[in-house]
Design a protein around this ligand. Structure first.
Ligand SMILES: [Zn+2]
Length: 339
């Protein structure tokens, strides 16, 4: 259960010493609370590893930190098993109804709780503590990786404050993904009134995924207002590195199609497809028990499925050509000075 996340026992955590809480860093002054969570899917450890590796550095800045930084590991049991989930997907259960059911006395008295029931209750306890202890607005960054390669992106629920937060990370921002997905953790954070974004930091096993996750966390620390550029030089460096690496990618896109799959479909994506690869209506991208699977509309492919578990075969997204960072975020993208 501990899964290398015993940071809370090192004595710095003053109020969070729960399994899965990697660390809580309380800044010297009041301010926003930034919650970063990785590993809601157990086969996506990059975010957890990045948070574990950077926490000492963040803690060393506490004198300059305005607010609180909390790092959490998501599905501990699935992380231990290296699987997306054990009984059910922990990133599809965060509806008010499911949350209420999980919290009900009946659920607690039940003798046959699924592994994810326990994970959900543990994370709900963390969220209770966040709500209780926060000294300002709450920001949430949910870090994932994808089974296919081809680059990182952010996504967020469609509100100005979420867009502004997401666009602080200079990689493609994909809007309206949540129209296809019910019960995401990110959607629940938005429901609670928190400012939230998802960062998909690359392919599960690629070394760069962890580096991009760390970059995104530094940029989120800056965007949430916990540290300024001067006190977070890593954020400025991360901005320049990502900006450079993604200069050829569209800045803002929207999802236009999701190909849902069930295990019985036996869907397989054909080899070689990558995030943001251009496709045309009719292109064959996979096969299932009925035969060839074609994309129904032209655009760019996103998250082609290359693993056993998952309910999304692929998405099609398209560039919002009129969108700039300014029109999407309602404010100019915040770049470090001299960048
Ligand atoms: Zn994921």
């Amino acid at each position: 259960m501990t899964h290398g996340t015993g940071g809370a026992s090192r004595g710095r955590a003053t109020w969070l010493s729960r399994p899965g809480v990697i660390e809580h860093v309380k800044g010297a002054g009041p301010g926003p609370l930034l919650l970063c969570i990785g590993g809601l899917h157990g086969n996506e450890p990059a975010g957890v590893r990045a948070l574990e590796a950077m926490i000492e550095t963040i803690a060393a800045r506490r004198r300059h930190l305005k607010g609180d930084f909390v790092a959490v590991a998501g599905n501990l049991q699935a992380l231990g098993a290296g699987r997306r989930f054990l009984a059910y997907d922990l990133n599809r259960v965060w509806t008010p109804a499911r949350v209420a059911a999980a919290r009900s006395p009946d659920a607690a008295n039940g003798s046959a709780l699924d592994p994810e029931d326990l994970e959900m209750l543990r994370i709900l306890d963390v969220l209770d503590e966040v709500a209780e202890r926060r000294r300002g607005p709450v920001y949430v960054l949910d870090i994932h990786t994808t089974s296919g390669g081809g680059g990182a992106f952010t996504t967020a629920s469609d509100t100005p404050h979420n867009r502004r937060f997401a666009i602080a990370i200079p990689v493609p921002l994909v809007m309206r993904l949540d129209q296809h997905l019910e019960g995401t953790f990110n959607g629940y954070m938005d429901h609670l009134g928190y400012t939230a974004a998802v960062f998909e930091c690359g392919q599960h096993e690629e070394a760069e995924a962890r580096l991009r996750a760390a970059s995104a966390v530094w940029l989120a620390i800056h965007a949430a207002g916990l540290l300024d550029w001067r006190d977070a030089p890593e954020a400025a460096a991360a901005y320049r590195a990502l900006r450079h690496a993604y200069r050829g990618f569209p800045r803002v896109l929207e999802s236009t199609y999701r190909h849902p799959v069930e295990p019985a479909d036996r869907y397989r994506t054909r080899p070689g497809f990558r995030n943001f690869q251009r496709v045309r209506a009719g292109d064959i991208v996979g096969d299932d028990r009925h035969g060839e699977v074609a994309v129904p509309k032209s655009g760019r492919l996103l998250m082609p499925l290359y693993q056993e578990q998952g309910e999304d075969g692929f998405f099609v997204v398209r560039e919002i050509t009129a969108a700039t960072s300014e029109t999407v975020a309602g404010a100019a993208e915040v770049a470090p000075s001299g960048g």
